[in-house]
Ligand binder design. Sequence first.
Ligand code: FMN
Length: 257
Amino acid sequence: MPLPRRHGLFTLGAIEFAGAELGISGLGFEFALALCFNVLAGQILEKILAHHITRNFNKSCFAAPLSTIIRRRRHKYMDLFEAIEKRYSYRGAFKAEPIPRAHLKMIVQAGLQAPSARNAQTTNFIIVDKPELLKAIGGLHPNNLAMQQAKAMILCLIDRQPEPVYEGYSFQIEDCAAATENMLLAITALGYASVWIDGWLRCHNHAEVIGRLLHVPKDKVVRVLLPLGVPAEAGARKEKKPFPERAWFNGFGLPEA
Ligand SMILES: Cc1cc2nc3c(=O)[nH]c(=O)nc-3n(C[C@H](O)[C@H](O)[C@H](O)COP(=O)(O)O)c2cc1C
């Protein structure tokens, strides 16, 4: 890496000074030394820059692909409350943009981090990003564009006969719901959209058909499916009832004191 002219002149001046101090002079000598200094300083500077760039690159993106970095940079700092507010069920078209595996892993990691009763961590996850499988699953839901055009799907599995984990109770549905909501928020925070597909899975054997496609063991069932992608349009948002209609301090239905 050649040094800027300014540095070259500075080096030359320094050499001239050193040469005068030592009683040596001559333009050839000065020039040769300056050249050595320049090359040496250039190499050092290059090493420092390379180290700095590599360190920051690894720190900021955990070695993810460039598209991932750009997207994550854009969305990395979405506040939790902003993600909660922005999340909504999207059933519309998706852009052609693929979802990098690094993002799919981040989203599922958010699901893995969710609370579960007695920390039993009962929910399993299958991530689908193979086009043939996406087509086969999406084709089962002709009324839902998001299902048909999903660039990836995340499925949550629970046991068909959940074991009790506390006082004879099992909590696999709650565990699965907590993981699902965590993932929906992560999906939103990364700029994607999705919809919680659950009721549909239970109708017309859809969960069974999908389970067979994905080699799900017989003792497990697909309980939630999240189709995801970059939304191509603004979907319809549902109104939420205001706070005082559903939530109260210190007793059901009490006005705030
Ligand atoms: C347990 C559960 C099951 C759901 N099942 C389906 C479903 O099968 N198909 C669907 O299109 N949406 C389904 N949804 C999404 C709801 O319809 C949606 O969350 C609701 O209308 C509120 O809209 P919002 O998500 O935009 O706030 C489900 C949501 C939950 C929590």
